[in-house]
Ligand binder design. Structure first.
Ligand code: AMP
Length: 438
């Protein structure tokens, strides 16, 4: 079915043609007409399915029908878990809306608030925001959500994982009852179901990728290896495969830094991206990676969430994630929008339980391929993963290392917003009585 049959305006169809899309993806085919019809949506769609366009295109159309240069209050709000995802969403809003007279703004933490305030004052139709910074604007009365017509919760599952539920509830309490609500989530936990139940009015339910199923365009493989030989194996794979662009997942920020340093020393250009990096550093690293001047981007799960790098051919799990679902999210970075991709996991003896958990989740065994010269030494015994990561000691659902700290929600959010882990009470004058980061 061509885009013209989805009921989209000529301005939008033109903008889509500029992007080079020939036909809608399944989530777009189903969501666009329903959203244009004013329906609430509950969509199970992972990054890579074209979900951003699925909500952005009809949202733009509905707003454009009644666009007015006099309005000041925000008319559509997209909430995202991370600033990277927020930045990608606003790019989509601006790309698809380029022939429409709509104004957009982006607000997230870790950068100065004043430019955001100025932009909001000038009048904004569409606001893309992370929850913490949006609430800062609410507190400062620099944003008016009372006229909101459309709310999108993008990657709602990850927002809950990151402890944003209270912030989301506070935001929802500010919105008019008649708002059209669109909830996009890669997974349907009970928490998501509860949120959807309270928020959505007879939603159209859309599920385009089977729940917890690894993207089928992705070839998965396990390379068994000894823990200390992982960096060398990674360098070997990059060289022997002549990979020009590979996203590598590390479990911790320090691990990501160490690995990037190792690769750089080995003459393989690499950059690390994680929550302790400033926004400017992250943007620079991502841009360099996209342009090809950096060959390897080493990321933690949170930093990588929502990264949209077109046609990423290779994803490597340098370490398996502690939460099996993160494996699915990670490998979803490759094989996107119909392209095939390859996801490799370097697995040492310590990670056997994590691997078993992943294989249970995706309901298939991942092929194991020994790489010549890197066969594991059978005399090496399993060791607990540093920071208490071994499955026996903890529930498989427990995040750990850098990630575990963030289960407390606020700490996680602070980290995503580029702030230190310093307890709020030690910071002077920048926080409200709730202790939430300003
Ligand atoms: P998303 O799932 O929104 O993160 O989108 C994943 C990627 O698919 C992005 O790079 C989009 O630009 C791209 N994309 C979205 N819709 C289409 C389409 N209909 N045809 C081809 N690519 C698309």
């Amino acid at each position: 079915m061509p885009f013209t049959q989805l009921g989209l305006s000529t301005e939008l169809v033109r903008a889509i043609a500029d992007q080079g899309y020939s036909q809608p993806t399944p989530v777009q085919t189903r969501a666009v007409p329903a959203i244009l019809d004013g329906r609430d949506i509950l969509a199970g769609a992972q990054t890579g399915t074209g979900k951003t366009a699925a909500f952005t295109l009809p949202m733009l159309q509905r707003l454009a029908i009644t666009a007015s240069s006099k309005r000041r209050a925000v008319r559509a709000l997209v909430l995202t878990p991370t600033r990277e995802l927020a930045a990608q969403v606003i790019d989509s809003v601006d790309n698809y809306g380029k022939y429409l007279p709509l104004k957009s703004a982006l607000v997230f933490g870790g950068v100065k608030i004043n430019p955001q305030i100025n932009k909001l004052r000038a009048g904004v139709d569409i606001l893309v925001a992370t929850p913490g910074r949006l609430l800062d604007h609410v507190t400062q009365k620099t944003v008016d959500l009372s006229q909101l017509e459309i709310l999108v919760l993008d990657e709602a599952d990850r927002m809950l994982d990151m402890g944003f539920i209270h912030d989301i509830k506070r935001i929802l309490a500010l919105l008019p009852h008649e708002c059209q609500n669109l909830l996009f989530s890669a997974t349907y936990s009970d928490d998501i179901k509860r949120l959807a139940h309270g928020l959505l009015d007879s939603p159209v339910e859309i599920e385009v990728a089977r729940r917890n199923t690894a993207a089928e365009t992705v070839t998965q493989v396990i390379h068994p290896v000894d823990r200390v030989r992982k960096p060398a194996l990674l360098a070997h794979l990059i060289r022997s495969g002549d990979w020009s662009q590979v996203l590598v997942f590390a479990r911790t920020k320090h691990g990501a830094n160490r690995l990037a340093q190792y690769l750089n020393r080995d003459a393989i250009t690499a950059a690390a991206i994680h929550g302790n990096k400033s926004q400017a550093q992250r943007t620079k690293a991502l841009a360099a990676f996209k342009l090809g001047s950096v060959r390897v981007l080493v990321a933690t799960d949170i930093a990588a969430r929502g990264l949209d790098i077109e046609q990423l051919p290779h994803v490597v799990n340098f370490e398996l994630p502690n939460v099996a679902e993160d494996y699915v999210h990670r490998i979803g970075r490759t094989g996107r929008a119909g392209c095939s991709g390859e996801a490799m996991s370097l697995v040492c003896i310590d990670e056997r339980k994590l691997l078993a958990g992943i294989e249970r989740l995706i309901k298939r065994e991942i092929p194991k391929v020994m790489v010549a010269g890197f066969k594991p030494d059978p005399s090496i015994k399993a060791e607990p993963i540093p920071n208490g990561r071994n499955g026996a000691a903890r529930s498989a659902n427990s995040r750990d290392g850098d990630e575990r700290k963030h289960r407390l929600g606020r700490t996680r959010r602070n980290n995503e917003n580029g702030r230190s882990h310093e307890p709020s009470s030690r910071k002077s004058g920048t926080r409200g009585s709730s202790g939430r980061a300003a």
